[in-house]
Design a binder for this molecule. Structure first.
Ligand SMILES: N[C@@H](CCC(=O)N[C@@H](CS)C(=O)NCC(=O)O)C(=O)O
Length: 263
């Protein structure tokens, strides 16, 4: 069976989970422990980031490489159009989604969690002891802003990311106003990239991602709750209902994700 090394809350991992579900491929999730689990990932793949797909003895890192690998080796339910113009637009839109929605979505979420303590608490793994959750909840928002400055997320950077995301969402609403999918009547890689990468803007309402219930349907104020972008989030809900397998029991493969870490 295919195996996916992932963070449950990672938007690039979600893009791959959507693609795997669309192609009807069974897979087992391995939840990588941030930090220590990434050392093990580096040992296996020569790099530290998720998602990584394991197929037999082969490891494929990077969501775009995984999509192309799956398209070559599991061609049922094709992801990339054959028509050259559509193919070009599809690949361009996928790359744009990775670089714009993926990267800027993190910055926008950072601003949301610095403003909302209960949101910040809910983002902690389900297994985090309540005592620690309470401590994190009490950290003043300014502290997180400071932390953001430390990693380059200054208020200016966050404001500019949100401004760009608003333009991205408006553009997507325009494109989707008269067609069911981004490039017309059939879904393609661009749809799954855009939908998966946008989870940090607003987590899906239903049980597709293994996150605390309190987070479902929540997202970045001004984006997730903005009626101007309702068309986009309604489109995404429909895409999920059509193609994404809901969690069954503990995970969507019927088996709990396992962590990788060094003892
Ligand atoms: N270009 C990569 C980006 C993957 C990425 O940014 N992964 C993040 C999680 S969403 C990660 O592993 N971060 C941990 C790190 O960089 O150490 C892809 O498309 O897969």
């Amino acid at each position: 069976m295919l195996e996916l090394y992932q963070f449950e809350i990672s938007q690039y991992s979600e893009k791959v989970r959507l693609i795997l579900d669309y192609k009807g491929l069974e897979y087992r999730k391995h939840e990588v422990t941030p930090g220590i689990g990434q050392v093990e990932l580096f040992r296996m793949t020569g790099q530290r980031q998720v998602p990584v797909l394991k197929d037999g003895n082969k490891f494929v890192a990077d969501s775009t490489e995984i999509a192309k690998y799956l398209e070559t080796h599991y061609p049922e339910q094709p992801l990339i159009p054959t028509d050259s113009k559509k193919r070009g637009f599809c690949l361009m839109m996928e790359e744009w989604a990775d670089e714009s929605i993926g990267i800027k979505g993190r910055k926008a979420l950072f601003s949301a969690i610095s403003q909302d303590q209960s949101f910040r608490k809910s983002l902690l793994p389900i297994t985090t002891p309540d005592l620690f959750k309470n401590l994190v909840g009490e950290v003043p928002s300014d502290f997180l802003k400071l932390l953001g400055v430390g990693v380059g997320y200054t208020p200016d950077v966050v404001a500019s990311a949100i401004k760009d995301l608003k333009q991205d969402l408006s553009a997507l609403c325009l494109i989707l106003a008269d067609s069911p999918y981004l490039l017309g009547d059939e879904p393609c890689l661009a749809d799954f990239a855009v939908a998966g990468l946008s989870i940090l803007l607003k987590f899906p309402d239903d049980a597709y991602i293994d996150i605390p219930e309190a987070l479902r349907g929540k997202g970045v104020p001004g984006l997730a709750d903005n009626p101007d972008y309702e068309l986009f989030f309604t489109w995404r809900d429909r895409l999920y209902a059509q193609f994404r397998k809901p969690l069954t029991g503990q995970s969507n493969t019927g088996t709990a994700p396992t962590s990788i870490q060094i003892d």
